[in-house]
Design a protein. Structure first.
Length: 194
């Protein structure tokens, strides 16, 4: 697949919606480089000796946490490379990207998160605690980004493509995103909800 140099796909959405898996497939299909702030956040939380929910709480009063993460996007916007960016805020910092939001039923999302061995900074006693903490994390992030940047992550009209991943495989989701990128490259007829 050939896309113009500097093409960027930004992927955000619900926790457990498959953002990382879909991003990796997209990189394999396009040859784009992968940037994951979820991975960066989990690493930062581990270094701080806390979970990601606590790190998000601290970010409400410690601007250096967001500054570390947000600086990545400022640099990417100036970069001529092509990227798939798995991040809550990349859509806002990279307005010319194909902006994708992935949704998933909370119960399916929790099952995915609980079965992912790579999420060792996100430990939960049970499904109910996972649902509670995941919901709290999403709310905390949405409130912080709205207050800090005026960016409403919950407004799906901010995105070019919204995909419900509840009953779709990561490969099926990636194929939908590739189709949307091909259409965006040819024209700018959006938004597109699937």
């Amino acid at each position: 697949m050939n896309f113009p140099p500097g093409t960027k796909i930004t992927i955000t959405g619900d926790l457990g919606s498959g953002k990382s898996a879909v991003s990796r497939i997209l990189c394999d299909l396009t040859g784009f480089q992968y940037v994951s702030t979820g991975r960066i956040q989990r690493q930062l939380a581990m270094e701080m000796g806390i979970d990601t929910l606590e790190m998000n709480r601290r970010a409400d009063t410690d601007p250096s946490i967001d500054q570390k993460i947000d600086g990545i996007f400022v640099d990417l916007g100036k970069d001529a490379g092509s990227y798939v960016v798995d991040s809550r805020m990349a859509w806002f910092f990279l307005p010319d990207s194909l902006k994708v939001y992935l949704q998933a039923d909370i119960h399916v999302a929790v099952d995915r998160i609980l079965s992912d061995p790579g999420r060792n900074s996100e430990q939960y006693r049970d499904r109910e605690e996972a649902i509670r903490k995941i919901t709290a994390r999403k709310q905390s992030e949405n409130e912080r980004f709205l207050a800090k940047y005026g960016a409403d992550c919950s407004n799906l009209n901010n995105f070019d493509l919204v995909v419900d991943t509840t009953r779709r495989t990561p490969g099926e989701v990636a194929a939908l995103i590739i189709k949307a990128l091909e259409k965006k490259t040819a024209s700018s007829v959006f938004p597109h909800f699937v």
